[in-house]
Design a protein around this ligand. Structure first.
Ligand code: Z5A
Ligand code: MG
Length: 231
C-alpha cells in the first residue's frame, strides 16, 4: 500500500540549550516546553546525558565518581549516548515536533577539550548528528553560579573546570560569528545566541522566547542540516 507523504507538513525545529552547571539550562528548557505547549507548537524535551540508557548508566557512574574511565573512552560514550537517539530525533522533527535539547555535542567538545584532548579529535565522533537550528549559550559567571547554591558534587563541578568550559563555549559562539562576517564557507552553520543567564528567570525566559519565535518562523523552510559536515 502506498504511504501518503504530506509534503506541506512543516518539520520541527531543533533547539539546543548549552551552558555551565547552574546556568539554568534545565529550568529554561522546561519553561520553554511549557510555553510552546501554550502556543500549540508540538514540542518534546530531551536531555544529554540521557542517564536512562545502558550507555547513560555508565556515564552516570563516571560522573558520580563511582567508576574511572580513560578521558577518550568517556568522551566516546557521551557521543554514543547522542547517536543512540539520533534516529528518533530525526523522526520526531520530520513528524513536525520541535525538540528542545538540554546539552548536546558542544558540551561534549568543551568538557573534553578542557581536560586536554585535541579540539578536532573531540568533534569527530559527533560529525553528522542532526544539527541544531538554534544553539543558545546560557552564560553565567562563577559568582552567580555560587549564589545559586554553588556547583554540585559531580566530577566536573569544580570552579577551575567551569571557568575553562565557559571560555571554550564562548569560543564556539565567537568563531561562528567571525566566520559568518567573513562569509567563510567552512563555518559550522550553527546559529548561536549568547544569553545573559545571570538575570532573573523571567528576563532569561523572555530573551529565549524571542529567539525561538524567530527560528520557528525561519528554520522549517530549510532542510535539517548535519553537524560539522562541510556543505
Ligand atoms: N557532559 C560532558 O562532559 N560531555 C557531554 O557530552 C555532555 C555532558 C552532554 C552532567 O550534565 C555533566 O556532563 C556536566 C557536563 C558533562 N558536568 N558539569 N558540570 P548535566 O546536564 O546532567 O548537569 P548540569 O547541567 O551540569 O547541572 P545542572 O545542575 O542540571 O544545571 P542547569 O540545568 O544549568 O541548572 P538548573 O537545574 O536549571 O538550575 C540550577 C539552580 O539555579 C536551581 O536551583 C534553579 O532554580 C536556579 N536558577 C536557575 N536559573 C536561575 C535564575 N535566572 N536566577 C536564579 N536562580 C536560578
Ligand atoms: Mg540541568
Amino acid at each position: 500500500m502506498a504511504s501518503h507523504v504530506d509534503t506541506n507538513k512543516k518539520r520541527g525545529v531543533l533547539i539546543v540549550i548549552e551552558g555551565l552547571d547552574r546556568s539554568g539550562k534545565s529550568t529554561q528548557a522546561g519553561a520553554l516546553a511549557a510555553r510552546l505547549a501554550q502556543s500549540n507548537v508540538p514540542a518534546k524535551l530531551i536531555k544529554f546525558p540521557d542517564r536512562t540508557t545502558p550507555i547513560g548508566k555508565m556515564i552516570d557512574a563516571y560522573l558520580r565518581s563511582q567508576s574511572d574511565l580513560d578521558d577518550r573512552a568517556i568522551h566516546l560514550l557521551f557521543s554514543a549516548n547522542r547517536w543512540e537517539l539520533a534516529t528518533s530525533i530525526e523522526r520526531t522533527l520530520s513528524e513536525g515536533t520541535t525538540i528542545i535539547c538540554d546539552r548536546y555535542a558542544f558540551s561534549g567538545v568543551v568538557y573534553s577539550v578542557s581536560k586536554g584532548l585535541p579540539f578536532s579529535w573531540c568533534k569527530s565522533p559527533d560529525i553528522g548528528l542532526p544539527a541544531p537550528d538554534l544553539a543558545l549559550f546560557l552564560d553565567v559567571s562563577p559568582e552567580k553560579a555560587r549564589e545559586r547554591g554553588g556547583y554540585g558534587e559531580e566530577r566536573y563541578e569544580k570552579e577551575e573546570m567551569q571557568k575553562r568550559v565557559r571560555e571554550l563555549f564562548r569560543k564556539f559562539v565567537v568563531r561562528e560569528e567571525d566566520a559568518e562576517q567573513r562569509g567563510d564557507a567552512s563555518k559550522d552553520d550553527v546559529t548561536w545566541v549568547q544569553i545573559d543567564a545571570g538575570r532573573s528567570l523571567e528576563d532569561v525566559k523572555e530573551s529565549i522566547w524571542r529567539e525561538v519565535q524567530r527560528v520557528l518562523e525561519d528554520a522549517p523552510r530549510r532542510p535539517l542540516r548535519r553537524l560539522w559536515v562541510s556543505h
